[in-house]
Design a protein. Structure first.
Length: 185
């Protein structure tokens, strides 16, 4: 059974199936990320292998994005970081079950406010290639405005086509992202 069918058969929170909406860049996203990092860094410190980073489109000045702050936390191991689950749950974060996320290299946590996503926390093993690729992608978009504009056009087009299908929206961006970080593998 595919995820979309599984989602219709279950009672999911509204934020889990909200529509894809790309918004104009908002300068407050940086402060929102800094505030979230300040709250998360201390309780997660013992599992971290570095600092929590603001990643994703909201981390790139001027880039339109879904208004969801993406944070990446490098951990020594995903299995070891499971001990942090209690602290994240207590802080209001929701774990997306790995079998639904289908990205074995991370654990995805969602912070929601009522019916919408506010932030994602990606726990990724510090030595996994995806950890560095995510930072490299963000940094290249920050350094190359023309590349960021191409990505924004792709995001807007995909959001119009796949407004009700977050997974297909994400998949539609994958080849572009791979091409930008191809020299890192």
């Amino acid at each position: 059974m595919n995820r979309k069918v599984a989602m219709m058969d279950n009672d999911w929170p509204a934020w889990a199936t909200e529509q894809v909406e790309v918004h104009q860049w908002d300068a407050s996203w940086h402060q929102q990320a800094a505030d979230l990092i300040a709250v998360l860094q201390p309780p997660l410190e013992r599992w971290l292998e570095g600092h929590i980073e603001h990643v994703g489109s909201t981390a790139v000045d001027g880039l339109a994005a879904k208004p969801v702050i993406d944070l990446q936390a490098p951990v020594a191991s995903l299995a070891g970081s499971e001990l942090a689950h209690g602290a994240l749950i207590e802080a209001g974060w929701h774990l997306v079950p790995p079998e639904l996320d289908r990205r074995p290299w991370r654990r995805l946590w969602v912070l929601a406010d009522a019916d919408r996503r506010v932030a994602h926390l990606h726990l990724v093993e510090a030595d996994h290639p995806r950890c560095q690729q995510t930072l490299a992608f963000r940094d290249r978009l920050r350094q190359q405005p023309a590349l960021a504009r191409q990505y924004e056009h792709l995001k807007r087009t995909a959001a119009q086509q796949y407004r009700s299908d977050r997974e297909t929206y994400t998949d539609a961006k994958a080849a572009f992202i791979r091409s930008v970080v191809a020299d890192l593998t």
